[in-house]
Design a protein. Structure first.
Length: 358
């Protein structure tokens, strides 16, 4: 045994060096893309009553091969961020629970044949989120993304400038926006993916049980008071700005679903009209024009998980093929992996990558 010790030591050293070399090689194999943060002007967001700038930041991820292969064109995925977030957080310019570029780098290093440009507009507003809806109070967000932003990208980057080369997706509020915009614009987008989408149907909790919370919101009269409010109250204002705007009701230019302590059924009806599951039947012909639609949510994200079960059942009723999964997780903790392992593979199968010259 003593005679074999030098041999064993050399063998172990060799194995250690091999493992280290392999690890370094794997690290080098992750080719890094470039992320740009630019600012573009939107005519469709001009004149919004909230006073938000029509000059919007946009984060653009360009895959590693973009500058190396100047004749290659790429499909574009429009990733919509969630409520209270912005493009800078999602693309790693500011601290956040998730950063897209490392996820994209890893995925495209494993599958370089399906590299994509990924774009996120900054939809953070006076009310901390646009709900990606057209409103005189916050601006025409649906049309800005579907028309102006796609046109800008096609004019300034080497995109596959047709619907088959465009996908739209998002998380939470962004998932809601992706469905809303995707189902209305099947001539612009060919594939839609929803990550834990909020707001698809009316809350499971009876409205009457939320009256006290709604009444607290009614007591907020200034933007300073709004900024100090809790998350639920802020989300109420964002929803009202998007779905029940009122150009004659300053300073917020919106109608809350409560007035003088009483619920306002007509305002709640406006909100319900903006829940995609309530109007899905009217968009079935549009949805059938999409090449692919997919959605998922964590089982601990109970309200949202239940809403996409309903969406699954509705699409099954119309015999529309789609990807659907409830996985072990909550609203945030598995989303990064879902993007890498499910969503990007979904778009790899759904989008047109063209015939590019290397």
């Amino acid at each position: 045994m003593e005679k074999n010790k030098p041999f064993i030591a050399i063998t172990l050293l060799f194995l250690a060096l091999t493992v280290a070399t392999t690890a370094r090689a794997q690290q080098k194999a992750v080719a890094k893309g470039a992320t740009l943060r630019i600012r573009i002007h939107s005519q469709l967001l001009e004149g919004n009553l909230s006073g938000d700038s029509a000059d919007r930041y946009i984060s653009v991820y360009l895959p590693a091969s973009y500058n190396k292969q100047p004749r290659k064109r790429y499909p574009v995925v429009y990733f919509l961020h969630g409520y209270t977030d912005n493009d800078a957080k999602v693309h790693g310019f500011q601290p956040h629970w998730m950063s897209l570029p490392p996820i994209l780098d890893t995925a495209f290093s494993k599958d370089p044949n399906h590299e994509m440009i990924v774009v996120t507009p900054d939809a953070f507003t006076r009310f901390q989120g646009s709900m990606y809806s057209n409103s005189v109070t916050t601006g025409n967000w649906e049309d800005f993304i579907a028309r102006e932003l796609t046109t800008y990208m096609d004019a300034h980057y080497r995109t596959i400038a047709k619907k088959e080369g465009r996908g739209i997706c998002g998380h939470s509020m962004g998932g809601y926006g992706a469905l809303r915009i995707g189902e209305k614009n099947p001539d612009i987008f060919s594939a839609v993916y929803l990550l834990s989408p909020c707001c698809l149907n009316s809350p499971a909790e009876p409205v009457a049980a939320m009256t006290a919370q709604l009444q607290r919101a009614e007591n907020i009269k200034t933007i300073e008071a709004f900024q100090k409010a809790d998350f639920f109250t802020k989300a109420l204002f964002a929803s009202a700005a998007a779905w029940s705007p009122n150009p004659e009701n300053p300073p917020f230019y919106l109608d809350l679903p409560v007035k003088d302590g009483a619920l306002q059924p007509q305002i709640l009806q406006k909100w319900d009209a903006n829940r995609p599951l309530n109007s899905l039947d009217q968009y079935i012909y549009n949805i059938r024009q999409l090449k692919s639609i997919g959605f998922d949510a964590g089982d601990k994200d109970k309200g949202i998980a239940e809403s996409i079960r309903v969406l699954d059942a509705e699409l099954n009723k119309y015999r529309i093929d789609h990807a659907f999964e409830i996985y072990d997780g909550d609203h945030l903790n598995r989303v990064a992996k879902r993007i890498e392992q499910q969503m990007l593979q979904f778009f790899a199968k759904s989008l047109d990558f063209g015939r590019n010259e290397k």
